[in-house]
Ligand binder design. Structure first.
Ligand code: C5P
Length: 226
């Protein structure tokens, strides 16, 4: 069978990461979380006390980033220079500084190059990949066999994000999550278009779908049922 790339983009809280991982498991493909790469760079830059506003220093760090990623959807892990940062890159301090590194165009060029290498390797060795992020359908893999934009209403995204981060979606948790998520999406949107599907990209609105239904909706697209 010929290899396939399934490119999935979407904003924060759309559910794209957990859905992408489940689709990769279901289809026996590799899973590439490109957001984890930007997060790992933010972690490393903070660790090395690099000024995130210093564009050249951050770009230099991106080119030197000693990053190792597992693309096994059953145990996705990320390490930097031998340190396992799988959990650390999900911390709020990383979520709130990652856009600063991701809006650096030299950083994007370097991480894009690595993402394409990882996708090519997964196609050769694992039959293909589910790659997710903000610019996969448009820039990293516009030639992917399947391209999907996962969206959800702002209300649904904030509730999911709040559950992820705080384990609850009560009023005070929602308020705390709201500013952070909306600011990150706004900053990220200055360099990638992930709120509307580009030409040829299938949009899936998961606002009223359960997790299982969202996974099924992506599988339906891949299997040509819609
Ligand atoms: O997907 P996740 O929320 O973990 O992504 C973290 C950050 O990485 C995003 O907020 C964005 O700044 C950056 N990112 C990106 N392009 C991608 C994937 C993620 O700029 N393809």
């Amino acid at each position: 069978v010929s290899p396939i790339t399934i490119a999935i983009d979407g904003p924060s809280g759309s559910g794209k990461s957990s859905v992408s991982k489940a689709v990769a498991r279901e289809l026996g493909l590799a899973y590439l979380d490109t957001g984890a790469m930007y997060r790992a760079l933010a972690w490393w830059a903070l660790h090395r006390e690099i000024d995130l506003a210093d564009q050249n220093a951050v770009a230099e760090a991106a080119r030197a980033l000693p990053l190792a990623l597992s693309t096994d959807p059953a145990r996705a892990s990320v390490s930097v220079d031998g340190t396992d940062v799988t959990e650390a890159i999900r911390e709020t301090r990383i979520s709130s500084s990652v856009s600063a590194v991701a809006t650096n165009l030299d950083v994007r060029a370097e991480l894009r190059r690595r993402q394409r290498e990882l996708i090519d390797r997964a196609r050769e060795e694992q039959g293909g990949v589910v790659a997710e992020g903000r610019d996969i359908t448009t820039v990293v893999a516009p030639d992917a066999e399947h391209r999907i934009l996962v969206t959800a209403s702002e209300e649904a995204r904030l509730a999911r994000r709040s559950l992820d981060v705080h384990g609850a979606a009560g009023a005070e948790h929602l308020a705390a999550t709201r500013d952070q998520v909306l600011r990150r999406d706004r900053d990220d949107a200055t360099v990638s278009a992930f709120f509307e599907p580009a030409d040829g990209v299938v949009g899936i609105d998961t606002s009223d779908l359960t997790f299982e239904e969202s996974v099924q909706a992506v599988l339906d697209v891949v299997r040509g049922a819609r």
